[in-house]
Write a protein of this length. Structure first.
Length: 285
């Protein structure tokens, strides 16, 4: 018997789910127990329910997966210019603005700087520091730590043309468009207006380039640390038409993600526990 416990917390709608031998046997959101709508706290009650409903002991759990939605690549620096200070002020008072600062943290400087490799490298460094903390905590407790790559889209292509265009090909399209000044900042590098800065800050093509830097660095890090990788990005590369938005996926894409994660987990389980059944995994419903 292989038991996996999934946890999502600290963003919104905290939840837990328990899977036994490939079948979902229990799942619940924390708000059902606390009666707090969209409860984001650690799902203690949902976890307890899942374990009791499945009739397993805590010691029976072989794998725990954890999803935490706050941007782990966020750089927390004091704002140094008037625009950034205004955004910070609003974020402390308006929940929607605070969410935006989690997703797209504001950097001070020109639009040219915001598109620079320096900013991308800084985001990547912060992200990998957080991932390394998770890895070291898992290693100290004998827990297998697996990282997953991720897909994203820039919006440079219409949805109907996304199928068959790989992540790397879209990145090349963005680079070509930047050289033609079709996306990204101008060549002057002078200070921009607040409106232009906001536009650069939220530009999906800019987010894509930062993401590409982060993914490349994570794969190098994983190889150096000998951390197993669930390559979701490659698994979805030929079906990027299933990317509904920068964060939401079509159900068929969710199935591909689940299959990729399951294969990576089972590979580690079979390596560590020879008793885990060999052969292909059962097809997901």
């Amino acid at each position: 018997m292989t038991v996996a416990l999934g946890i999502s917390a600290f963003y919104h709608d905290s939840a837990a789910a328990l899977v036994r031998d490939g079948d979902i046997v229990a799942a619940a959101q924390e708000e059902r127990f606390t009666r707090k709508k969209h409860d984001a706290n650690f799902p203690v009650n949902a976890l307890r329910y899942c374990v009791q409903e499945a009739g397993v002991a805590w010691t029976d759990i072989d794998f725990v997966t954890f999803y935490e939605g706050v941007n782990d690549a966020a750089i927390v620096n004091p704002p140094t210019d008037a625009f950034s200070r205004r955004i910070q002020w609003l974020a402390e008072r308006v929940l929607t603005v605070q969410l935006l600062t989690y997703l797209f943290p504001v950097e001070s400087g020109t639009a040219e700087h915001m598109w620079s490799d320096e900013v991308a490298a800084a985001r990547s460094s912060v992200f990998l520091e957080n991932v390394e903390k998770l890895r070291s905590k898992c290693a100290a407790r004998g827990i297998t730590f697996i990282v997953a790559t991720q897909q994203v889209k820039s919006g440079i292509l219409p949805a109907e043309k996304m199928r068959g265009v790989t992540y790397a090909e879209e990145l090349a399209l963005i680079d070509a468009a930047r050289k033609k000044r079709e996306v990204g900042p101008g060549a002057t590098g002078v200070a921009v207006t607040d409106l232009q800065k906001m536009s650069s800050w939220l530009d999906p093509a800019r987010v894509f380039t930062v993401h590409a830097h982060l993914m490349a660095d994570m794969l190098v890090w994983a190889n150096e640390k000998k951390v197993p990788v669930a390559d979701v990005r490659t698994a979805l590369d030929e079906r990027r038409d299933l990317l509904v938005s920068w964060v939401h996926l079509h159900p068929d894409a969710n199935r591909i993600v689940a299959e990729t994660l399951a294969d990576a987990i089972l590979a580690q389980a079979r390596a560590a526990h020879p008793a885990v059944a060999a052969g292909p995994r059962a097809a997901l419903p």
